[in-house]
Ligand binder design. Structure first.
Ligand SMILES: Cc1cc2nc3c(=O)[nH]c(=O)nc-3n(C[C@H](O)[C@H](O)[C@H](O)COP(=O)(O)O)c2cc1C
Length: 407
């Protein structure tokens, strides 16, 4: 079993020091082990896995291998699951327990496919089901193990509804909760409702993490001082600048060099797509449009990307001390016991999806995903006048009803 970090204590320590936890958000496709290693070197206090489908995780060894990898330094770590029933969430939590410090339930994903299957923000319509899932996992896991949930606002005007729901979820004994300060219907161009976050925080005794529209450390500090939150979670901002929490306003070249080093060491553990997309995001502020287009359109050879980066960025200017040739620990060889899950599904009469399947249809390289596509389209196509202003803010891409998640 991996050495554990106590997340509750982490929050207490931050509070004692009058500060907040700096958190790298769960991001489908992107918050993988290698990226987590990178952001941890730049002041990230707590990292999440990408959202993992709990039912696939329980049923399929292949899904587990694809979706979850870790190493001994990969802590504090929370595994985020998408689940629409208690058996899947509990079983997935038990299986991943040896390798993480907590589990989180995704109640924020607004994508149509997720809503149709009762995942993500669809769950916000049935807070009693969320409470049942959280309460069951809480009762069945050691109290030192973090159990949390990530929600959105229920309404942009009536904050009482969201406050009531959060209090209901708090009463299940969860360790903390995260609120993305928008409703499921709101696109990222709608500013985050900070007053709602502040009201929710005031009504809770457990720590609250605030999420949405953080692009610099100053933004995070403002969020902390305005809402009195206990942690600030960042998604798009940390993709564009993995060194954000260390106070860098844009990606420093040394960060690109670290990423190159991590990818070369990870070798086949990281897909071409994941490696390449991260380079594209983090070099956006460092390359002109022509070079960004060129980078986005490289043929699918990792070496081409490494050569491109070495040619067009002044990597040699980075003082080459040992920090950049850091040896990353090997992946842990995770083994999972799915017996209890098999028993539970057998007892429940295993409906049409309840059987164990060996294998998983998910192919991480099957498509570029919405997030990367939307960025690529920004480069390829002339912008509508309205969108140009947004691009200047660096928030042009993604989110809202259809693009929030990548897949
Ligand atoms: C590429 C991408 C993938 C995401 N994947 C997830 C996910 O797996 N789970 C989740 O709860 N939220 C996911 N989100 C939403 C973010 O965690 C976050 O709530 C949202 O982007 C708002 O934060 P931001 O303004 O810092 O981007 C994703 C966002 C992006 C941009």
């Amino acid at each position: 079993m991996k050495e554990k970090t106590n997340i509750r204590q982490l929050f207490s320590l931050a509070a004692e020091q009058n500060t907040f936890l700096k958190i790298c958000a769960p991001m489908v496709r992107y918050s993988k082990l290698e990226f987590r290693s990178l952001v941890r070197t730049y002041g990230t206090d707590l990292a999440y896995t990408s959202m993992i489908m709990a039912d696939s995780f329980c049923k399929s060894e292949k899904a587990r291998l694809n979706e979850f990898t870790t190493n001994k330094d990969d802590t504090p770590l929370i595994a985020q699951f998408a689940a629409n029933n208690t058996v899947d969430f509990l079983s997935a939590s038990e299986m991943v327990y040896p390798y993480v410090d907590g589990v989180d339930l995704n109640c924020g994903c607004p994508q149509r496919w997720a809503m149709a299957e009762g995942y993500g923000s669809a769950l916000l319509k049935t807070p009693e089901l969320i409470a049942d899932m959280l309460g069951t996992v809480r009762r069945n896991m050691p109290s030192s193990f973090s159990v949390s949930v990530k929600v959105r606002l229920l309404s942009s005007t009536n904050h009482k509804q969201t406050v009531d729901m959060c209090r209901q979820l708090e009463s299940t004994g969860i360790t903390f909760l995260t609120v993305h300060g928008r409703t499921a219907a709101e696109m990222t161009k709608v500013p985050v409702h900070r007053e709602a976050l502040q009201e929710i925080k005031q009504s809770l005794a457990i720590p609250m993490v605030a999420n949405g529209d953080i692009f610099t450390l100053d933004d995070a500090e403002q969020m902390y001082s305005q809402t009195k939150c206990d942690g600030v979670m960042v998604a798009r901002g940390i993709l564009s600048n993995p060194a954000l929490f260390a106070g860098h306003k844009t990606t420093p070249v040394e960060c690109v060099k670290r990423w190159l080093n991590i990818c070369q060491q990870a070798d086949t553990d990281i897909t071409y797509q994941c490696m390449h997309h991260h380079f594209s995001f983090m070099t956006e502020s460092l390359l002109n449009k022509r070079l960004r287009l060129q980078l986005n359109n490289l043929s699918k050879e990792k070496q081409n990307v490494y050569d491109f980066i070495s040619t067009h960025l002044p990597l040699d200017s980075v003082v080459d001390d040992n920090t950049f040739v850091h040896d990353y620990p090997p992946k842990i060889d995770c083994s999972y016991n799915d017996q209890i899950y098999r028993q539970r599904t057998a007892e429940n009469g295993a409906g049409k999806d309840g059987g164990i399947v060996d294998g998983c249809a998910y192919d991480p390289e099957a498509s570029d995903g919405n997030y990367f596509r939307s960025k690529r389209e920004e480069l390829d196509e002339p912008q509508a006048a309205d969108d140009v202003a947004e691009e200047i803010d660096g928030v042009a891409f993604m989110d809202g009803g259809s693009l929030l998640f990548d897949e």
